[in-house]
Design a protein around this ligand. Structure first.
Ligand code: SAH
Length: 588
């Protein structure tokens, strides 16, 4: 088999058959400007409509030997093998290329499956031997190749003209083409980008001898020269926006990220696809990696010359065992830094409407690890001091199971049973829940509500502000965790401002993006094209995707595709829906 691309514009093409298969062939041919005549006694509605619009000519009758030399190409797609065979033999006799649908023996040419991105076309064929893999390969490429490839090809065409206009010698031209490709294509992630006009100008003006391909400049070849380094970073309490700017910068530069479960939702989804990921926290069903192993891992990775990020929930030095890791690094002479994070004990309370200090009400803030505090051989807690300090806020970490013991100790030491008390689960995330109560009632209240770790409790007068200072549940999209393909990331800011947690999914999805998706339940997605639906569909059913997932489809095309893919809840919005209307629709 010898592949070619045919210019069919204005060519006369005969199609025999009027069903769905014929329809698909005809659509492809008409798109490329062929003049199609179709012979069939009956045709499906869309074909009749095409004829009404004058796009094709239909002769409503049975085939009677018109496959002659006046055609450039002939297709047969009837459900009668005899007719198909007749068409093929007539065509052979007339010396015209002929294709019979689903019958490789009756074909003098085969149609490849196609993946199209604008002017870019990738054709896949199996010489008719195994069409089933062709279809699957096509689907795979459909998912892997983002829409940017179309625009990328157009930019490559413009660049080619600009290079030609330079009138440079052939090898200089090739060098300039190499440069374009190296700078715009990520060969591993199969993504491409359109260069800016300034970049193109710069490449075209680079003198021949100073050209250095980017990959060699900052690629892994340099690694041996670097000394390893560990950044101990606080990821904040879970809301992705509460990661610090420095933390984010270090993550983007990292070779390896060693992260806890609590830090997962805050991982940036735009991390380098090649970054090495080491989850060391407890994930459903798995035991956490023991602390000694984590320490060893950090030392080993750094000694490999890698830039290591050790990412922990909240702040690394607040009940995060960050101090122990830093001690090991110091003892092993591994250079390190600490990038503090927003600790959950303060942030989750702010989200729940509690200022942890407040003039005249709380002049002291105690952060307590409840878990340690109830161990008889653990660090001593002065319950007497805590219980008799009415102008303070007591915030307890790791306290779900310890809470009854904690409250009993405080009551025993004379704390007012009516002291306002609350617990916040998954604070600052889309899954946040809070229970307001009093010191004596809190344990039964959280049991009734079924709160689970990670959760924090707060006890003290400032908790009484939780109702009036609740700003979170008033946000229209509070509780939503929405997935949006990177091509629609323009919506992210507006959705976030409305209270949603937004997960921007790079295309194709990266390992880190999958970690983030699965960190908490997703409530839905926003899509606008069938290509976006196909991308997301490739991830559907992964961790984080629950039964309540709603696909918000801007425009009928995306909605139709989502239904075709079998998505459960598909909500169709008008194509011209703006950001405010989108928020209003999701808010319901
Ligand atoms: N270094 C972290 C604390 C780690 S200890 C920090 O500074 O926040 C783990 C405990 O932190 C959990 O058991 C829980 O009590 C608390 N925690 C962490 N993130 C939380 C969140 N988003 N909501 C509620 N509690 C959280």
């Amino acid at each position: 088999m010898y592949p070619v691309s045919l210019e069919v514009k204005n060519r006369h093409v005969l199609v025999v058959g009027g069903g769905g298969v014929a329809l698909r062939k005809v659509q492809g041919l008409v798109e490329e400007g062929a003049r199609v005549t179709l012979v069939a006694p009956e045709v499906v509605e869309p074909l009749a409509e095409m004829a009404d619009r004058g796009e094709i000519v239909i002769e409503r009758r049975f085939y009677s030997g018109e496959a002659d030399h006046s055609w450039s190409l002939i297709f047969a797609a009837t459900d009668d093998r005899e007719t198909n065979a007749r068409v093929f033999h007539d065509a052979e006799e007339a010396g015209v290329w002929c294709n019979v649908a689903d019958d490789p023996e009756l074909c003098s040419f085969h149609l490849p499956a196609r993946v199209r991105r604008g002017p870019l076309q990738i054709a896949i064929g199996s010489a008719g031997e195994a069409p089933f893999v062709v279809r699957r390969l096509r689907q795979l490429l459909e998912r892997r190749l983002g829409p940017e490839w179309g625009e990328w090809l157009s930019s490559a065409a413009r660049y080619r003209d600009a290079v030609r206009d330079l009138g440079a010698p052939r090898d200089r031209q090739e060098t300039l083409f190499d440069r374009f490709f190296q700078e715009t294509v990520d060969p591993d992630g199969l993504t491409a980008r359109v260069p800016t006009a300034t970049e193109e100008r710069e490449w075209l003006e680079t003198p021949v001898e100073h050209r250095t391909p980017k990959r060699e400049r900052n690629g892994k070849t340099m690694k041996e020269d670097r000394i390893g380094f560990v950044s101990l970073i606080g990821a904040g309490p879970g809301c992705p926006g509460l990661l610090t700017i420095r933390g984010r910068q270090r993550l983007l530069d990292a070779d390896v990220v060693v992260f806890d479960r609590l830090a997962a939702p805050a991982l940036p989804t735009d991390l380098n696809a090649e970054v090495e990921l080491h989850p060391v926290g407890k994930v459903a069903g798995n035991h956490p990696v023991p602390q000694e192993e984590i320490n060893d891992l950090l030392v080993r990775l750094a000694r490999n010359g890698q830039r290591v990020v050790r990412l922990k929930g909240g702040d690394p030095y607040v009940f995060g065992r960050g101090g122990e890791e830093a001690e090991v690094l110091a003892a092993e002479n591994v250079p390190f830094e600490v990038v503090p994070g927003v600790t959950s004990g303060v942030a989750a309370m702010a989200w729940a409407g509690v200022p942890v200090t407040h003039r005249r009400e709380a002049v002291r803030l105690t952060l307590l690890t409840a878990h340690e505090a109830i161990k008889t051989d653990g660090p001593q807690v002065r319950w007497d001091l805590l219980a008799q300090d009415p102008h303070a806020t007591l915030v307890g970490y790791m306290g779900v199971s310890a809470l009854p013991q904690v409250t009993a100790n405080l009551l025993e030491h004379g704390m007012d049973p009516e002291t306002p008390a609350m617990m916040v689960e998954q604070g600052t995330t889309s899954a946040q829940r809070r229970v307001l109560s009093t010191l004596s009632e809190l344990p039964s209240a959280i049991e009734a509500a079924g709160l689970e770790p990670p959760a924090l409790f707060a006890i003290g007068p400032t908790v009484s502000h939780a109702e009036t200072l609740d700003w979170v549940s008033k946000l229209p999209l509070a509780g939503q965790r929405l997935l949006i393909p990177v091509s629609r990331s323009g919506f992210a800011a507006r959705l976030e401002a409305a209270g949603a947690e937004v997960v921007v999914l790079p295309m194709p999805a990266t390992p880190v993006a999958r970690v983030v998706m699965g960190a908490l339940p997703l409530t839905g997605c926003v899509v606008g094209t069938s290509a976006e639906v196909d991308w997301l569909d490739a991830e559907r059913g992964g961790p984080g995707w629950g039964d309540d997932f709603v696909a918000w489809c801007v425009g009928a095309e995306a909605a139709a595709r989502a239904r075709e893919c079998g998505w459960m809840s598909v909500r169709e919005l008008l194509v011209e829906t703006d950001e405010d209307e989108l928020v209003a629709s999701i808010a319901g």
